[in-house]
Write a protein that binds this ligand. Structure first.
Ligand SMILES: Cc1ncc(COP(=O)(O)O)c(C=O)c1O
Length: 405
């Protein structure tokens, strides 16, 4: 696409990613995206100068403080939060376990939580395990297996005055589906329940706004959008104040630090800020605050990716030997498919032989793939597009899958 106001210049974008020089088609973005040079540079520059732990009165300690506040400010801009509500941690899974445990301390036996069959296991298992430990009742929101959608109307039945939390994903990392999370959150809030929203898969594909989505907690993972392996949970600072996670006594008790255990990877935090700057800079002719530039660039990303994706999706669905799982109305540029008479591992191997990086398996969506019934035959193959993929790559994907007939 040619460069223009609010449009993605994909040739320029591709030049920002050193990893693309391997010549492979990277259709494995949902499992971890490529990293732009600016992120690599930010991490290495942070390691070239002395950094100490925070809290000291000397320069390397002040530098660490800046790296933490830089990462918090960037993530807050990415999802419309405030830096004081951004908890950083090793990954989304670890943070979800920590928040689940801190919340459960306030709940009573017989309180209820609602999880969904669409979600990555990281937004299911921590809640189920906490429920077993604290005597909570678990209710399941089900996926319509034909469409791959998570109907929001079912929450009318699932929510009661005892519901304390609804855990749901903003987008499926396996079949792409974007549920109407604002509608689900509205229902949850009506009964006084909190919403823990998994934004890990959605964040690289559209501009998220935690308040508009109704997320009391929004969980993220920077390696999905070109950042390093760092996770985050964004919440209102006032809500974090009410929670008391397990922590060391001498460690700061203020929010959000109280949730962050041990010495953090300061150098990676430099990469987190650079990765959000990368997204904000995708339409370089745009001005304004970082959040405003993100609004423009993420709209351009969404438009670009959906055009690419509909070509891929339509192409695969037209092949008699291919079964695409679900057909959601609103989706991220991600799908899973099976091929008649071939196991997903064999398909992934053939794709790899033809220069395509693609995952096979259940992508940690164990509940969803059990419900669809593909786990016994090895799950499915997943193709996920990012803003650095091209129409030529989509054509190559289609040719390769077509040749498996
Ligand atoms: C939708 C979704 N949620 C959660 C996770 C877990 O993230 P992390 O690896 O940061 O724990 C992933 C990772 O694949 C994901 O795709």
């Amino acid at each position: 696409m040619a460069s223009g106001e609010g449009q993605l210049d994909v040739a320029r974008v591709r030049g920002l990613f050193p990893g693309l020089s391997d010549g492979l088609v990277h259709a494995d973005g949902p499992g971890g995206s490529l990293v732009p040079e600016s992120v690599v540079r930010a991490v290495s520059q942070a390691m070239r100068v002395p950094i100490a732990d925070r809290g000291g009165v000397f320069a390397p300690s002040a530098r660490a403080e800046q790296l933490v506040s830089g990462a918090r400010a960037a993530i807050a801009d990415l999802v419309g939060g405030v830096p004081a509500g951004v908890v950083l941690g090793p990954n989304m899974t670890t943070l979800t376990y920590a928040v689940a445990r801190a919340l459960a301390k306030h709940w009573r036996r017989g309180d209820e939580i609602v999880v969904s069959r669409l979600d990555h296991d990281a937004n299911v298992r921590p809640w189920l395990q906490i429920a077993a430990e604290f005597g909570l009742v678990v209710r399941w929101a089900e996926v319509d297996i034909e469409t791959g959608e998570l109907p929001d109307w079912q929450y009318d039945e699932l929510l009661t005055s005892r519901t304390r939390l609804v855990a749901v994903t903003a987008a499926s990392n396996a079949i792409g589906t974007c549920p109407d999370v604002a509608a689900i959150a509205l229902r949850a809030h009506r009964v006084g329940a909190l919403v823990f929203l998994d934004g890990a898969h959605a964040a690289p594909h559209a501009l998220l706004d935690a308040d508009v989505l109704g997320a009391d907690f929004l969980a993220l993972s920077a390696y999905k959008w070109g950042g390093p392996h760092v996770g985050a949970v964004v919440a209102h600072p006032g809500l974090l104040e009410e929670l008391h996670p397990d922590k060391l006594v001498p460690a700061p008790d203020r929010v959000p630090d109280r949730f962050e255990l041990g010495a953090p990877p300061y150098e990676l935090y430099a990469g987190v800020a650079a990765s959000v700057d990368h997204l904000a800079g995708l339409c370089p002719e745009t001005g304004g605050t970082r959040r405003e530039r993100l609004a423009t660039s993420m709209t351009a990303v969404s438009l670009y990716e959906s055009a690419l994706f509909s070509r891929l999706d339509r192409g695969l669905r037209s092949m008699g030997h291919v079964q695409v799982l679900g057909e959601p109305r609103y989706t991220t540029p991600t799908l899973s498919f099976t091929v008649s008479r071939l196991r997903p591992r064999a398909v992934a191997r053939e794709l790899a032989r033809r220069g395509v990086c693609a995952w096979d398996g259940d992508f940690y969506c164990r509940e969803l793939f059990d419900a669809i019934g593909v786990n016994e035959s090895g799950g499915a193959v997943r193709l996920g597009l990012m803003h650095y993929n091209t129409v030529e790559e989509v054509e190559h994907l289609l040719d390769t899958v077509s040749s498996l007939r």
